[in-house]
Design a protein around this ligand. Structure first.
Ligand SMILES: [Zn+2]
Length: 114
């Protein structure tokens, strides 16, 4: 049996960063997460020339993050309003992108459409 804990979803995003600690995604959720990382998160990393600070990737206890198609993140130096607008207007397969509160900070919640 493969050790899914060792499989990273894409070149620049790693399992421990994108998957909630203590949980293992189903093969379908894992496949979605790989797709999200390749089609959206790697593109964002490339377009903005920096690694996004990941707040939350796949999370089985969060309805919006359960299928592996959503990610919460921040980019340094990019205003969130500008970022959410640019993501929605981009050619990436993004269904929704909006600003969410995160304790005393804020982040972008992005959802991909597969
Ligand atoms: Zn979220």
């Amino acid at each position: 049996m493969a050790d899914t804990g060792a499989l990273n979803p894409s070149e620049h995003f790693w399992f421990g960063q994108m998957v909630r600690k203590g949980f293992v995604p189903t093969p379908e959720q894992s496949d979605n997460l790989v797709w999200l990382c390749e089609q959206v998160m790697e593109q964002i990393r490339s377009i903005y020339s920096q690694p996004p600070e990941i707040v939350k990737g796949w999370d089985p206890e969060d309805e919006l993050h359960r299928e592996g198609l959503a990610c919460d993140f921040r980019l340094s130096g990019v205003p969130l309003v500008q970022l959410s607008y640019e993501l929605v207007m981009s050619t990436m397969p993004i269904a929704r992108a909006y600003i969410e509160p995160d304790g005393m900070q804020w982040h972008i919640h992005v959802e991909a459409r597969r």
